[in-house]
Design a protein around this ligand. Structure first.
Ligand SMILES: NC(=O)c1ccc[n+]([C@@H]2O[C@H](COP(=O)([O-])OP(=O)(O)OC[C@H]3O[C@@H](n4cnc5c(N)ncnc54)[C@H](O)[C@@H]3O)[C@@H](O)[C@H]2O)c1
Length: 259
Protein backbone atom coordinates (compact mmCIF):
# COMPACT_ATOMS: atom_id res chain seq x y z
CA UNK A 1 0.00 0.00 0.00
CA UNK A 2 1.34 3.46 -0.87
CA UNK A 3 2.28 5.56 2.15
CA UNK A 4 -0.41 8.11 2.92
CA UNK A 5 0.77 11.65 3.59
CA UNK A 6 -2.13 12.80 5.73
CA UNK A 7 0.14 14.85 8.02
CA UNK A 8 2.31 16.56 5.44
CA UNK A 9 1.98 20.03 6.95
CA UNK A 10 1.72 18.96 10.60
CA UNK A 11 4.14 19.52 13.44
CA UNK A 12 3.63 16.77 16.03
CA UNK A 13 4.80 17.01 19.62
CA UNK A 14 5.03 13.55 21.20
CA UNK A 15 5.86 12.93 24.87
CA UNK A 16 7.21 9.60 26.09
CA UNK A 17 8.86 9.51 22.67
CA UNK A 18 11.92 7.59 23.81
CA UNK A 19 10.26 4.19 24.17
CA UNK A 20 7.38 1.86 23.39
CA UNK A 21 4.17 3.47 22.17
CA UNK A 22 5.60 7.02 22.02
CA UNK A 23 8.46 5.90 19.79
CA UNK A 24 6.10 3.99 17.47
CA UNK A 25 3.85 7.08 17.29
CA UNK A 26 6.82 9.25 16.24
CA UNK A 27 7.78 6.78 13.50
CA UNK A 28 4.18 6.54 12.22
CA UNK A 29 3.52 10.29 12.22
CA UNK A 30 6.84 11.00 10.48
CA UNK A 31 5.98 8.38 7.86
CA UNK A 32 2.78 10.34 7.16
CA UNK A 33 4.80 13.50 6.55
CA UNK A 34 4.72 15.20 9.97
CA UNK A 35 7.69 16.98 11.49
CA UNK A 36 8.18 15.48 14.93
CA UNK A 37 9.26 17.02 18.24
CA UNK A 38 10.21 13.88 20.18
CA UNK A 39 10.11 14.64 23.93
CA UNK A 40 11.10 12.43 26.83
CA UNK A 41 12.50 12.52 30.35
CA UNK A 42 15.32 10.44 28.88
CA UNK A 43 16.84 12.88 26.40
CA UNK A 44 19.21 10.28 24.90
CA UNK A 45 16.28 7.94 24.19
CA UNK A 46 14.39 10.81 22.51
CA UNK A 47 17.45 11.50 20.32
CA UNK A 48 17.59 7.79 19.42
CA UNK A 49 13.97 7.99 18.30
CA UNK A 50 14.75 10.98 16.09
CA UNK A 51 17.52 8.90 14.53
CA UNK A 52 14.86 6.37 13.47
CA UNK A 53 12.64 8.89 11.74
CA UNK A 54 12.73 8.82 8.01
CA UNK A 55 9.51 9.98 6.49
CA UNK A 56 8.53 11.05 3.03
CA UNK A 57 11.15 13.80 3.07
CA UNK A 58 13.81 11.14 2.64
CA UNK A 59 11.89 9.32 -0.05
CA UNK A 60 11.70 12.46 -2.14
CA UNK A 61 15.29 13.42 -1.49
CA UNK A 62 14.48 16.34 0.81
CA UNK A 63 17.21 16.50 3.45
CA UNK A 64 16.54 15.11 6.93
CA UNK A 65 16.30 17.44 9.85
CA UNK A 66 12.57 18.01 10.06
CA UNK A 67 12.60 16.38 13.48
CA UNK A 68 14.14 17.29 16.84
CA UNK A 69 14.50 15.78 20.31
CA UNK A 70 13.71 17.53 23.61
CA UNK A 71 14.41 16.49 27.19
CA UNK A 72 11.51 17.23 29.55
CA UNK A 73 9.88 16.13 32.78
CA UNK A 74 6.19 16.56 31.94
CA UNK A 75 5.22 16.56 35.62
CA UNK A 76 7.00 19.93 36.15
CA UNK A 77 4.88 22.96 35.25
CA UNK A 78 7.83 25.18 34.33
CA UNK A 79 9.37 22.44 32.20
CA UNK A 80 6.10 21.81 30.31
CA UNK A 81 5.74 25.53 29.54
CA UNK A 82 9.39 25.78 28.47
CA UNK A 83 8.98 22.72 26.26
CA UNK A 84 6.27 24.44 24.23
CA UNK A 85 8.42 27.58 23.98
CA UNK A 86 11.44 25.55 22.83
CA UNK A 87 9.44 23.60 20.26
CA UNK A 88 7.88 26.80 18.90
CA UNK A 89 11.31 28.47 18.72
CA UNK A 90 12.79 25.44 16.95
CA UNK A 91 10.04 25.00 14.34
CA UNK A 92 8.73 28.61 14.22
CA UNK A 93 5.16 27.45 14.94
CA UNK A 94 3.22 25.65 17.66
CA UNK A 95 2.54 21.92 17.25
CA UNK A 96 -0.78 21.16 15.56
CA UNK A 97 -0.71 17.56 16.80
CA UNK A 98 0.08 16.78 20.44
CA UNK A 99 0.34 13.18 21.63
CA UNK A 100 0.93 12.59 25.34
CA UNK A 101 2.39 9.12 25.81
CA UNK A 102 4.68 9.73 28.82
CA UNK A 103 3.61 7.43 31.62
CA UNK A 104 4.86 5.36 34.54
CA UNK A 105 3.67 2.55 36.79
CA UNK A 106 4.32 2.05 40.51
CA UNK A 107 2.10 -0.97 41.15
CA UNK A 108 0.72 -2.01 44.53
CA UNK A 109 -2.51 -3.03 46.20
CA UNK A 110 -4.75 -0.46 47.88
CA UNK A 111 -4.00 -1.88 51.33
CA UNK A 112 -0.26 -1.30 50.90
CA UNK A 113 0.12 1.59 48.42
CA UNK A 114 2.54 4.24 49.66
CA UNK A 115 1.73 7.93 49.34
CA UNK A 116 4.90 8.36 47.26
CA UNK A 117 3.84 5.75 44.71
CA UNK A 118 0.40 7.31 44.51
CA UNK A 119 1.82 10.82 44.04
CA UNK A 120 4.41 9.80 41.44
CA UNK A 121 1.93 8.10 39.12
CA UNK A 122 -0.62 10.89 39.40
CA UNK A 123 2.10 13.50 38.83
CA UNK A 124 3.35 12.00 35.57
CA UNK A 125 0.26 10.31 34.13
CA UNK A 126 -2.40 12.87 35.04
CA UNK A 127 -0.80 16.19 36.01
CA UNK A 128 1.75 15.75 33.20
CA UNK A 129 -1.04 15.41 30.65
CA UNK A 130 -2.84 18.43 32.14
CA UNK A 131 0.31 20.54 31.89
CA UNK A 132 1.17 19.53 28.32
CA UNK A 133 -2.44 19.81 27.12
CA UNK A 134 -2.80 23.24 28.72
CA UNK A 135 0.49 24.63 27.38
CA UNK A 136 -0.18 23.24 23.89
CA UNK A 137 -3.77 24.54 23.84
CA UNK A 138 -2.65 27.99 24.97
CA UNK A 139 -0.04 28.09 22.19
CA UNK A 140 -2.54 26.93 19.57
CA UNK A 141 -5.33 29.29 20.64
CA UNK A 142 -3.04 32.32 20.68
CA UNK A 143 -1.84 31.41 17.16
CA UNK A 144 -5.37 30.83 15.90
CA UNK A 145 -4.40 27.35 14.75
CA UNK A 146 -6.48 24.19 14.46
CA UNK A 147 -5.17 21.11 16.17
CA UNK A 148 -5.57 17.56 17.40
CA UNK A 149 -4.66 16.59 20.95
CA UNK A 150 -4.40 12.87 21.69
CA UNK A 151 -3.89 11.62 25.21
CA UNK A 152 -2.89 8.04 25.94
CA UNK A 153 -5.08 6.69 28.73
CA UNK A 154 -5.59 2.93 29.26
CA UNK A 155 -8.44 0.42 29.31
CA UNK A 156 -7.51 0.15 33.00
CA UNK A 157 -8.90 3.69 33.43
CA UNK A 158 -12.30 2.33 32.43
CA UNK A 159 -12.43 -1.06 34.13
CA UNK A 160 -9.79 -0.89 36.91
CA UNK A 161 -7.01 -3.41 37.49
CA UNK A 162 -5.90 -5.34 40.58
CA UNK A 163 -2.69 -3.86 41.96
CA UNK A 164 -2.93 -0.59 39.98
CA UNK A 165 -5.06 1.69 42.14
CA UNK A 166 -2.86 4.71 41.37
CA UNK A 167 -2.47 3.93 37.66
CA UNK A 168 -6.20 3.22 37.16
CA UNK A 169 -7.09 6.51 38.88
CA UNK A 170 -4.61 8.45 36.73
CA UNK A 171 -5.90 6.92 33.50
CA UNK A 172 -9.56 7.48 34.43
CA UNK A 173 -8.58 11.09 35.10
CA UNK A 174 -7.08 11.36 31.62
CA UNK A 175 -10.42 10.36 30.05
CA UNK A 176 -12.34 13.05 32.01
CA UNK A 177 -9.65 15.66 31.38
CA UNK A 178 -9.69 14.96 27.64
CA UNK A 179 -13.49 15.07 27.39
CA UNK A 180 -13.52 18.40 29.21
CA UNK A 181 -10.76 19.79 27.00
CA UNK A 182 -12.80 18.68 23.97
CA UNK A 183 -15.83 20.60 25.28
CA UNK A 184 -13.81 23.76 25.91
CA UNK A 185 -11.59 23.73 22.82
CA UNK A 186 -14.02 22.67 20.09
CA UNK A 187 -14.89 26.29 19.29
CA UNK A 188 -11.19 26.92 18.61
CA UNK A 189 -11.03 24.07 16.09
CA UNK A 190 -9.01 21.89 18.45
CA UNK A 191 -10.09 18.26 18.79
CA UNK A 192 -9.18 16.22 21.88
CA UNK A 193 -9.42 12.45 22.09
CA UNK A 194 -8.02 9.73 24.30
CA UNK A 195 -6.75 6.32 23.29
CA UNK A 196 -7.21 3.38 25.65
CA UNK A 197 -4.70 0.65 24.89
CA UNK A 198 -5.12 -2.79 26.42
CA UNK A 199 -1.92 -4.79 26.95
CA UNK A 200 0.77 -3.74 24.50
CA UNK A 201 4.26 -5.26 24.24
CA UNK A 202 6.62 -2.49 25.47
CA UNK A 203 9.21 -2.04 28.23
CA UNK A 204 6.27 -1.12 30.53
CA UNK A 205 4.62 -4.53 30.17
CA UNK A 206 7.98 -6.33 30.34
CA UNK A 207 7.78 -5.58 34.07
CA UNK A 208 4.54 -7.58 34.39
CA UNK A 209 5.12 -11.21 35.54
CA UNK A 210 4.74 -13.74 32.67
CA UNK A 211 2.11 -15.60 34.71
CA UNK A 212 -0.08 -12.48 34.69
CA UNK A 213 0.52 -11.83 30.99
CA UNK A 214 -0.48 -15.43 30.15
CA UNK A 215 -3.70 -15.00 32.13
CA UNK A 216 -4.50 -11.71 30.38
CA UNK A 217 -3.71 -13.15 26.94
CA UNK A 218 -6.27 -15.88 27.59
CA UNK A 219 -8.94 -13.20 27.94
CA UNK A 220 -8.08 -11.28 24.73
CA UNK A 221 -10.43 -12.24 21.89
CA UNK A 222 -7.68 -11.49 19.35
CA UNK A 223 -5.51 -14.00 21.24
CA UNK A 224 -2.35 -11.95 21.68
CA UNK A 225 -0.93 -8.74 23.17
CA UNK A 226 -0.89 -5.69 20.93
CA UNK A 227 2.15 -4.07 19.32
CA UNK A 228 3.01 -0.38 19.77
CA UNK A 229 2.26 0.07 16.06
CA UNK A 230 -1.36 -1.01 16.66
CA UNK A 231 -1.76 2.05 18.89
CA UNK A 232 0.31 4.31 16.62
CA UNK A 233 -1.96 3.59 13.64
CA UNK A 234 -5.00 4.77 15.62
CA UNK A 235 -3.13 7.86 16.81
CA UNK A 236 -2.25 8.71 13.19
CA UNK A 237 -5.95 8.49 12.27
CA UNK A 238 -6.93 10.75 15.19
CA UNK A 239 -4.17 13.19 14.26
CA UNK A 240 -5.34 13.41 10.66
CA UNK A 241 -8.35 15.06 9.02
CA UNK A 242 -9.81 11.60 8.46
CA UNK A 243 -11.12 11.97 12.03
CA UNK A 244 -12.21 15.62 11.57
CA UNK A 245 -15.64 15.09 13.21
CA UNK A 246 -14.34 13.05 16.16
CA UNK A 247 -13.70 14.81 19.46
CA UNK A 248 -14.14 13.83 23.10
CA UNK A 249 -13.92 10.16 22.14
CA UNK A 250 -12.09 7.38 23.99
CA UNK A 251 -10.89 4.86 21.45
CA UNK A 252 -10.11 1.37 22.76
CA UNK A 253 -7.19 -0.51 21.21
CA UNK A 254 -7.40 -3.73 23.19
CA UNK A 255 -7.85 -6.68 20.83
CA UNK A 256 -11.33 -6.89 22.36
CA UNK A 257 -10.23 -7.20 26.00
CA UNK A 258 -12.99 -6.02 28.40
CA UNK A 259 -15.32 -5.01 25.54
N1 LIG B 1 2.20 -0.87 27.33
C1 LIG B 1 0.92 -1.03 27.62
O1 LIG B 1 0.40 -2.15 27.71
C2 LIG B 1 0.05 0.17 27.88
C3 LIG B 1 -1.32 -0.04 28.03
C4 LIG B 1 -2.15 1.04 28.26
C5 LIG B 1 -1.63 2.31 28.32
N2 LIG B 1 -0.30 2.49 28.17
C6 LIG B 1 0.19 3.87 28.27
O2 LIG B 1 0.89 4.20 27.08
C7 LIG B 1 1.90 5.16 27.39
C8 LIG B 1 3.24 4.66 26.87
O3 LIG B 1 3.53 3.44 27.54
P1 LIG B 1 4.67 2.44 27.06
O4 LIG B 1 4.14 1.09 27.27
O5 LIG B 1 5.19 2.86 25.75
O6 LIG B 1 5.74 2.70 28.22
P2 LIG B 1 7.34 2.86 28.18
O7 LIG B 1 7.78 2.67 29.58
O8 LIG B 1 7.92 2.01 27.10
O9 LIG B 1 7.53 4.39 27.73
C9 LIG B 1 7.18 5.46 28.58
C10 LIG B 1 8.08 6.62 28.24
O10 LIG B 1 7.67 7.74 29.07
C11 LIG B 1 8.84 8.41 29.51
N3 LIG B 1 8.57 9.16 30.72
C12 LIG B 1 8.36 8.67 31.98
N4 LIG B 1 8.19 9.67 32.85
C13 LIG B 1 8.29 10.83 32.16
C14 LIG B 1 8.23 12.19 32.52
N5 LIG B 1 8.03 12.57 33.78
N6 LIG B 1 8.39 13.12 31.54
C15 LIG B 1 8.59 12.74 30.25
N7 LIG B 1 8.68 11.46 29.86
C16 LIG B 1 8.53 10.52 30.80
C17 LIG B 1 9.85 7.30 29.75
O11 LIG B 1 11.18 7.79 29.79
C18 LIG B 1 9.57 6.38 28.57
O12 LIG B 1 10.37 6.70 27.45
C19 LIG B 1 1.86 5.36 28.90
O13 LIG B 1 1.06 6.48 29.20
C20 LIG B 1 1.17 4.09 29.38
O14 LIG B 1 0.55 4.29 30.62
C21 LIG B 1 0.55 1.46 27.96
Amino acid sequence: MATQLRLRSALALVTGAGSGIGRAVCVRLAREGASVAACDLDGAAARETVGLLGGPGNVEGVPRGAHAAFQVDVSEAVAARQLLEQVQACFSRPPSVVVSCAGVTRDGFLLHMSENDWDKVIAVNLKGIFLVTQAAAQALVSNGGRGSIINISSIVGKVGNMGQINYAASKAGVIGLTQTAALELGRHGIRCNSVLPGFITTPMTQKVPQKVLDKVTGKIPMGHLGDPEDVADVVAFLASDDSRYITGASVEVTGGLFM
